[in-house]
Ligand binder design. Structure first.
Ligand SMILES: C[S@@+](CC[C@H](N)C(=O)[O-])C[C@H]1O[C@@H](n2cnc3c(N)ncnc32)[C@H](O)[C@@H]1O
Length: 224
């Protein structure tokens, strides 16, 4: 079915009518039941902000999306690959290294990687980067969504191993995973400060409501 025009919001990310979308790397194939949109002979996949914090961040006014066609991305907490699949649509000539420690969801990630040449699934604990270091190369972006208490520490350790100087990170902070009693805004500031103390420059701190309650996206860069 033909839909409205596709307007590029960031390289590889489009608005199709009132939906956010990426160009489908594997036409005809859905990843998580998302809607497929045809515009001028090109197929896009609708990107659901209730299923993906990265889509929520874009719709919440993200200023810069540090993903290019040839980006190497380390994705920590990939689950079955919902968000990773959209990054794979954007970084078509790059690689998305997907670390996930749950054996329950890992088979879905493996199935995704069989279709998508740029997804590399890694069954590992993001708290132990030395164990998967031999499988990785230096990356342009570390994207993290693990819902763990020590979120900033995990990010810093992985950035130390894999992020190139001047490279970007995006950290989805789940306030309740860090401290259930603290006000979410205070948790976000605390995590951002921990990242600064670890040598990161903070560029944006975006609360993700109304798409994701008590979550924020922190975006920044590693010092050169
Ligand atoms: C909120 S879900 C991720 C959703 C996914 N990022 C998306 O948008 O499609 C968090 C995931 O992190 C994984 N996880 C939590 N702690 C982890 C760790 N230490 N190492 C690797 N994966 C972890 C969980 O198993 C879970 O699948």
């Amino acid at each position: 079915m033909e839909e409205e025009a596709a307007v590029e919001r960031f390289p590889g990310v489009y608005a199709v009518g009132d939906r956010l979308a990426t160009r489908n790397l594997i036409p005809g194939v859905r990843v998580y039941g998302e809607r497929l949109l045809a515009v001028a002979g090109v197929e896009y996949r609708a990107w659901n902000p209730r299923r993906s914090k990265l889509a929520a961040a874009i719709l919440s006014g993200l200023g810069e999306l540090p993903i290019r066609e040839d980006s190497k991305v380390l994705y920590l907490g990939a689950a079955s690959g919902t968000t990773a699949s959209h990054i794979s649509d954007i970084a078509t000539r790059g690689r998305v290294y997907c670390v996930e420690f749950s054996p329950r969801v890992f088979p879905s990630l493996l199935a995704l990687a069989e279709l998508r040449h740029n997804i590399i699934p890694i069954l590992a604990d993001a708290r132990r980067p030395h164990l998967y270091a031999p499988l990785l190369e230096e990356c342009d972006l570390v994207y993290q969504d693990v819902a763990q208490p020590e979120q900033a520490a995990i990010l810093l350790e992985n950035a130390r191993y894999f992020l190139k100087p001047g490279g970007f990170f995006m950290l989805a902070v789940k306030a309740r995973s860090v401290d259930i009693a603290m006000a979410p805004r205070d948790v976000y500031s605390q995590e951002a400060q921990r990242l600064r103390d670890g040598g990161m420059e903070i560029r944006e701190l975006l609360p993700l409501e109304p798409h994701e309650k008590d979550h924020a996206m922190v975006v920044g860069r590693k010092e050169r």
